[in-house]
Write a protein that binds this ligand. Structure first.
Ligand SMILES: [Zn+2]
Ligand SMILES: [Zn+2]
Ligand SMILES: [Zn+2]
Ligand SMILES: [Zn+2]
Ligand SMILES: [Zn+2]
Ligand SMILES: [Zn+2]
Length: 357
């Protein structure tokens, strides 16, 4: 591709900044503090698609940093404590905390990547690096879960004594620090993101509390099989959360449409617009969960004016932004069918020799 001159590139960038300057009405500081992939937050308020992937572009607050440092502290305590206590349960809990540290690190990484401008070489920018990192991260977590299950299998056959005191002291740090993080969320429960992050942190505190209870029981009974039982439960929790991320990232990489998109509603709306008749050759995909794009052909009344068509496109774009959070669309106007009446373009259209479509 030949390179346009500097000034035209700059003016293109400038236009885009204005086009995509969507207003945020939610509080970023409070909203994205503990932006865990596993938290499963999924709201579809106007103009935004948050999903289980999290990683909002603006998640760069100081609270994110503090949550990261606090979670990293739990990780260090539980790894050292788990090794000293010879407790697989505590090391498994550390494995889960590692997933949280990775999630918070990813949120930060995605925020940094999002600041890179698109280039002529990568016109969508670098947003997908966050998706690839999330996929690699969750596949790693599934491997971690299998390693824990494998170790637990050995311990079931040959239960090993554990140092209960070190176990519940280390897990106690996990409970206290997680409750402190939860305390930082107080007052924001009306917000769905804050509520799901809060639930996740309380779930983490409960997992650590489970380790403490197990340690106390083992101290009195010496039933050391409890240690691998707790490990298996934590491994299943890690694998389940990781699997949800794998599914979501694969859906995005397959150019899947977001869950909240409803074609029937879009078509019904188009038919209420005077002068608009039908849409076809529809594509809806997510660059990331919050950057959804759409392209389609729109059939308009042949008698209509250019002003009317421009107004139809404007209302169409407003509607898909408000209803589905789609902030980037390319709409081709037609006055009669281009020869592909189908809603989706058939596979043959991609074949060479059939003309550009
Ligand atoms: Zn644009
Ligand atoms: Zn967690
Ligand atoms: Zn664009
Ligand atoms: Zn067409
Ligand atoms: Zn066509
Ligand atoms: Zn197509």
């Amino acid at each position: 591709m030949s390179k346009p001159n500097e000034s035209s590139v700059k003016s293109l960038n400038h236009e885009h900044e204005h086009e995509h300057d969507h207003k945020h009405d939610h509080q970023h500081e409070a909203t994205h503090v503990h932006n865990q992939p596993g938290a499963g937050h999924a709201d579809d308020h106007a103009g935004h698609n948050h999903s289980a992937l999290g990683g909002h572009v603006h998640a760069t607050g100081t609270k994110l940093k503090w949550a990261f440092l606090a979670t990293f502290f739990i990780l260090a305590v539980e790894v050292v404590g788990g090794s000293l206590a010879n407790s697989l349960a505590l090391l498994s809990d550390a494995g889960h905390v590692l997933t949280d540290v990775a999630a918070l690190g990813l949120a930060w990484f995605a925020a940094v990547q999002a600041q890179k401008s698109p280039t002529l070489d990568k016109t969508f920018g670098y947003h997908r690096t966050g998706i690839l990192a999330a996929l690699a991260n969750s596949l790693t977590l599934i491997i971690i879960a299998f390693v824990i299950l494998y170790e637990a299998f050995h311990r079931f056959q040959n239960p090993q004594p554990v140092e209960s005191t070190i176990m519940y002291l280390s897990a106690g740090v996990g409970v206290i620090v997680n409750l402190a993080i939860a305390f930082g969320f107080r007052g924001g429960e009306d917000n769905l993101n804050v509520r799901s992050a809060l639930l996740h942190v309380l779930g983490d505190a409960a997992a650590s509390a489970g380790v403490i209870i197990g340690a106390i029981i083992m101290q009195f009974t010496h039933w050391y099989v409890i240690d691998p039982i707790i490990s298996v439960l934590i491994a299943l929790m890690i694998a389940w959360n990781a699997w949800k991320i794998v599914k979501e990232t694969l859906h995005i990489l397959m150019e899947g449409a977001p869950d909240n998109f409803e074609y029937d509603r879009l078509l019904a709306f188009v038919r209420t617009l005077p002068g608009a008749q039908d849409i076809h050759d529809l594509h809806v995909w997510s660059v990331t969960p919050e950057r959804v794009a759409l392209s389609c052909h729109l059939i308009v009344d042949p008698e209509g004016s250019l002003e009317r068509s421009t107004e139809i496109i404007k209302q169409f774009k407003q509607y898909i932004l408000k209803e589905f959070g789609i902030s980037h669309s390319t709409i081709e106007l037609e006055i009669d069918q281009c020869g592909c009446p189908g809603l989706l373009c058939p596979e043959t259209l991609w074949e060479s020799g059939k003309g550009a479509h």
